[in-house]
Design a binder for this molecule. Structure first.
Ligand code: NDP
Ligand code: OXD
Length: 312
């Protein structure tokens, strides 16, 4: 039996589509009449504290989110494998966001918007894409998709990951010891890391001060589409005010929804979106998770299993 426990999304619609895809395999929702001991798979997003009560026969948890940081903090997380969402549609949507913001900053959008407002005609030419370096933190599913889409645009690409990566056309850096060198050659810093104890607060004033200066008018830029816990918002506000950063594109925040009292809302060169960079699509999600259940029931191993020791 599959149990759905999805908050903040249309659980009824997911349940209907999963039931159709898995029939005759039983699919239930909270509130339905079922014995919790019969549940073999639980499909979760933002589970409540009692989400896993009585699920004594559980074989696996399926995470609607690609990021599992919040799930891993659940106070009564069962000791079964967690399968996270890995999907071409999700990756494409994230890359759309990354490409949009990288190209916007490369073409000095902040500068020319301010010029337009001031009715000022200044012919300042942005550097060529090949002279502009985009450094991506996190070279997993999303980071690799982003580089595959930025590469044809001609940017100088750098990556930073926990373990070394050899990707054609991308200068790779790994580990704490190469972090500063990675930053020193980066004009636009894109964050696609998972949130773990090691990556919490990585987007801070010290990090911003190590980015390359002099290439992009106004200063280096950050783009955070991963998790709000990666960023220190007071540091971002300070860096945008004193020119350490030229601009910031933020899709995620320390507290979501971003409180109306946040100073970030009023900062001209801070581009805010409400955690919409990428969404788990229902059609591809139903196909992905129903295949995982079918194959696992047929004796095949689970795929895209989270490594709890690493935290992602
Ligand atoms: P993956 O697990 O595929 O990739 C994670 C990458 O981060 C890997 O390259 C990994 O290194 C690297 N990494 C992890 N820890 C460290 C560290 N301490 N130092 C350096 N590098 C590190 O994740 P995805 O690409 O699928 O997703 C990334 C994140 O994006 C998710 O965790 C989620 O938080 C966020 N996300 C945000 C969305 C949004 O709408 N804003 C939507 C979807 C996801 P290595 O390769 O060596 O293991
Ligand atoms: C995710 C997200 O992790 O939507 O998938 O943030």
């Amino acid at each position: 039996m599959l149990l759905l426990h999805l908050s903040d999304v249309n659980e009824a619609s997911w349940a209907e589509k999963l039931a159709a895809a898995l029939a005759p395999y039983p699919v239930v929702r909270r509130g339905d009449d079922f014995d919790p001991a019969d549940v073999r798979y639980v499909f979760v997003w933002k589970p409540k504290p009692d989400a896993f009560e009585g699920l004594t026969g559980l074989k696996a948890m399926l995470s609607l989110g690609a990021g599992v940081d919040a799930l891993l903090k659940h106070p009564s997380l069962p000791d079964v494998p967690i399968v996270r969402f890995v999907d071409a549609d999700l990756s494409q949507r994230m890359s759309d966001y990354v490409v949009a913001h990288v190209t916007m900053h490369h073409r000095l959008y902040t500068r020319f918007r301010a010029d337009q407002k001031a009715r000022r005609w200044t012919q300042l030419y942005p550097p060529a894409a090949s002279e502009t370096s985009v450094g991506i933190m996190g070279m997993g599913v999303l980071g690799q998709d982003a580089v595959s889409r930025l590469k044809p645009l001609g940017f100088a690409l750098r990556s930073w990951s926990r373990t070394p990566k050899a990707i054609e056309g991308v200068e790779g850096f790994a580990g704490d010891e190469q972090f500063d060198t990675f930053l020193a050659g980066t004009d636009i810093l894109v964050n696609l890391l998972p949130l773990t104890p090691e990556t919490t607060g990585i987007l801070n004033y010290d990090t911003f001060g190590k980015l390359r200066r002099g290439q992009l008018d106004g200063g280096p830029v950050i783009v955070n589409a991963a998790r709000g816990g990666h960023q220190r918002e007071a540091d971002i506000a300070r860096a945008l005010a004193d020119g350490t950063l030229g601009a910031a594109s933020l899709d995620v925040f320390e507290t979501e929804p971003l409180p109306a009292s946040s100073p970030l809302w009023d900062i001209e060169n801070c581009y805010i979106t409400p955690h919409i960079a990428a969404i788990s699509n229902e059609k591809s999600g139903v196909s992905y998770f129903s295949q995982i259940i079918r194959e696992h029931e047929a004796g095949k191993p689970l795929v895209n299993v989270v490594d709890r020791g690493r935290g992602y």
